[in-house]
Design a protein around this ligand. Structure first.
Ligand SMILES: O=C(O)c1cccc(C(=O)CC[C@H]2O[C@@H](n3cnc4c(=O)[nH]cnc43)[C@H](O)[C@@H]2O)c1
Length: 182
């Protein structure tokens, strides 16, 4: 978030503002919807653990009366990104703690039925982009299942290969994206 805000501010001050922010990386995939090596493009970027724990369960900051928990990339941008890369569109959760148990995965799935993946940076990047009025896109290549911690199940190399291939197709598609499309 800090780096994105700094880059956006520096570019704006230099008179060459960015037109789009892309947050990309590896991530955990909710199974079976987002298999290892597959790509997810966020149609919602949601802070999954930004709020308060209460005796009755988790309350997002929005229910505490302030803040934001979801940023929504432009629909046309999501469509273009999925069309170019074959990615699935769904909610990508931003977490501060990587999910490591089946119980936590189930809790997140209950709270966010549209979630396909989780990562750690998307929401902060989206906050910075929103502060500058710049659209945001989040792309995750699935390196591990969301669930019980199992380092043997990680496929970071495969995910990075998928992400690299996706960017070969994504970059030209983004160049031709018209921000005024709906
Ligand atoms: O130690 C672990 O059990 C563990 C499991 C998965 C990921 C990590 C990381 O520290 C990854 C940080 C890095 O990768 C992204 N990422 C990848 N998989 C996940 C995930 O399942 N949940 C959240 N973030 C993930 C993350 O965006 C960071 O860039 C450790």
């Amino acid at each position: 978030a800090a780096s994105t805000a700094t880059a956006l501010t520096a570019a704006a001050l230099a008179g060459r503002p960015y037109g789009l922010v892309v947050s990309a990386g590896i991530g955990g995939g909710f199974q079976p919807a987002a298999p290892l090596g597959s790509l997810v493009v966020a149609d919602a970027i949601t802070a999954a653990d930004l709020g308060a724990e209460t005796a009755d369960g988790f309350l997002p900051v929005t229910e505490l009366g302030f803040g934001t928990v979801t940023h929504r990339p432009p629909k046309s941008l999501v469509r273009v990104a999925c069309g170019a890369t074959g990615a699935r569109a769904g909610t990508v959760l931003t977490v501060s703690t990587v999910t490591g148990t089946a119980a936590r995965a189930a809790e997140l799935r209950d709270r966010h039925p549209g979630a396909l993946a989780e990562g750690m940076e998307g929401f902060g990047v989206a906050e910075a982009a929103a502060a500058h009025g710049v659209p945001v896109l989040e792309v995750r290549a699935v390196s591990n299942p969301v669930g019980p911690r199992d380092r043997a199940a990680w496929r970071i190399g495969d995910a990075l290969t998928a992400l690299t291939e996706a960017f070969g197709k994504l970059a030209p598609a983004l160049e031709s994206w018209n921000p005024h499309d709906h």
